[in-house]
Design a protein around this ligand. Structure first.
Ligand SMILES: Cc1ncc(COP(=O)(O)O)c(C=O)c1O
Length: 465
């Protein structure tokens, strides 16, 4: 049985590390299916989940047996044919940070519970603020994911418009303007903070679901004529479905002119700021009031690790005004407690994972990585368009590629279903303006032109069957 002592830990950890290293090598070589989808009951039985819970006694031998099956039934993110969701393929350095936290477990929301992790979070927030140009004026924190960060940002916008809503509840007729393809977490956030999802008013978009900026001023004026208060205007940078950036610069100018809170929902696309070639896609980002930046999307960090930044530090300090006297009280403290300013209470050392990756490859290395993914995706889109029967008509701005195969003949969803059932590739699918597309998100440089050629061969073969 794995025991609660250092010898047992060391011996089991070495075993796990050996198996994970083998898993990494095999995944990167692409020598097995990306994923084998089975029923949940089959996996429960194969892993002997129920027996292990009731009997305990996992020793090294049973751990090895269990872990092999666990890995076999997992999504192989490091496989070159993993081209599915916007989830980072973790750098081993990030995995080491997870391993360290897993044992020392320093929930660092209050400084004294994790001084090292708290110091790193503060520095990582400052690093992000500096990239956006907000180091002097702004403040921020790390949260478990972009969805939670969006709730927090919407609370900040609400507090700015109506500070009393925190104590008295939502009294005003508030609305939020957002493009129709805004991530669902925004709609959830609006529901959660009590505005009701009907408070979301769509901003008109073009055929690629990109905001038509010229229509925004009239929409704002009309809403105000109707005696509604605008809580926030939202831009996607980039949109989850298409990977295309809304015109942040122009939207920022309009929000300033009309005095509206401007939130840039950029968990995926904010990392382009690190790429000298592609940072122009985020021009005007500094005009936002709040923004979300996931490390676990484009910065090779395991899930979850998200930066939430405010241009004005006042919004960081004032948004959540509750007290918990056993945690928040005056004390002699050499550090900084983030707890009073975040939604979570206990929080793991999530910024440390990002730090570890940066410490390994450097910020220039990270910028080059992002440039490569964006460059490669443009190249892959051309390859797809050059193949007879394939259409790739939505512009590629980031590392997300949408395409269709003979749409007049084939149901794109069924093609995807068969493709992932085969285990050969993992890709996703989305709708843009009511049209169904196959969707690739290129998350690693291990995915090459050859990978894409094989994918097109496979789709053609599946359609032929
Ligand atoms: C634009 C956008 N906002 C919010 C989110 C939610 O982020 P998370 O998955 O970190 O909760 C996503 C995730 O894909 C996204 O693309």
């Amino acid at each position: 049985m794995i025991k609660n002592d250092s010898e047992s830990y060391y011996s089991a950890a070495i075993k796990v590390a050996e198996m994970l290293a083998a898993y990494l090598a095999e995944s990167q070589s692409g020598a097995m299916p990306v994923v084998k989808l089975k029923s949940i009951g089959a996996i429960r039985d194969e892993l002997k989940i129920r027996e292990l819970i009731s009997e305990g006694g996992m020793d090294e031998w049973r751990l090895t047996e269990f872990l092999q099956k666990y890995l076999d039934n997992s999504m192989h993110m490091h496989h070159p044919n993993y081209i599915g969701h916007q989830v980072a393929v973790p750098h081993p350095a990030a995995a080491l940070a997870d391993m360290i936290h897993g044992l020392i477990c320093n929930p660092m929301s209050i400084y004294e519970m994790g001084p090292s992790a708290a110091a790193i979070e503060k520095e990582m927030v400052n690093w992000m603020l500096e990239k956006v140009g907000w180091l002097e004026s702004g403040a921020g924190l790390f949260t478990h994911g972009g969805s939670l960060a969006n709730i927090h940002a919407m609370l900040a916008a609400r507090a700015d418009l109506d500070p009393e809503s925190w104590t008295k509840g939502v009294q005003q007729d508030m609305v939020v303007l957002a493009p129709e393809n805004t991530h669902y977490s925004i709609a959830r956030a609006i529901g959660i903070i009590g505005l009701g999802q009907n408070a979301i008013i769509p901003i008109p978009t073009d055929q690629n679901e990109v905001v038509i900026t010229e229509k925004l001023p009239r929409l704002i004026a009309k809403i105000r004529d109707d005696n509604k208060a605008i809580m926030a205007v939202i831009a996607n940078a980039c949109a989850t479905s298409t990977g295309i950036y809304d015109p942040v610069d122009e939207m920022g100018d309009i929000c300033h002119a009309y005095d509206c809170w401007f939130h840039v929902d950029s968990p995926h696309g904010a990392s382009a700021i690190l790429s000298t070639k592609y940072q122009h896609l985020l021009k005007g980002l500094e005009k936002a009031d709040s923004l979300v930046w996931d490390a676990h999307k484009m910065m090779q960090t395991s899930s979850l690790s998200t930066g939430l930044l405010f241009r004005n530090k006042k919004h960081f300090y004032q948004t959540l005004a509750q007290k918990a006297s056993y945690l928040i009280h005056d004390k002699e403290n050499p550090g900084f407690d983030v707890l009073p300013y975040q939604i979570e209470c206990t929080k793991s050392a999530i910024a440390t994972k990002l730090f570890f990756v940066l410490a390994a490859i450097g910020e220039n290395g990270m910028g080059e990585f992002i440039t490569s993914l964006y460059d490669n995706s443009r190249h892959f889109a051309r390859l797809i368009n050059d193949r007879p029967g394939f259409i790739c008509e939505i512009p590629v701005q980031s590392n997300i590629i949408l395409f269709r195969y003979k749409p007049e003949k084939f149901d794109q969803l069924q093609l995807r279903e068969k493709l992932i059932q085969s285990g050969a590739f993992y890709i996703t699918s989305t709708e843009v303006k009511g049209i169904r597309y196959l969707r690739l998100v290129v998350m690693q440089t291990n995915t090459t032109a050859e990978t894409i050629e094989l994918l097109l061969d496979k789709i053609t073969a599946i359609a032929g069957e």
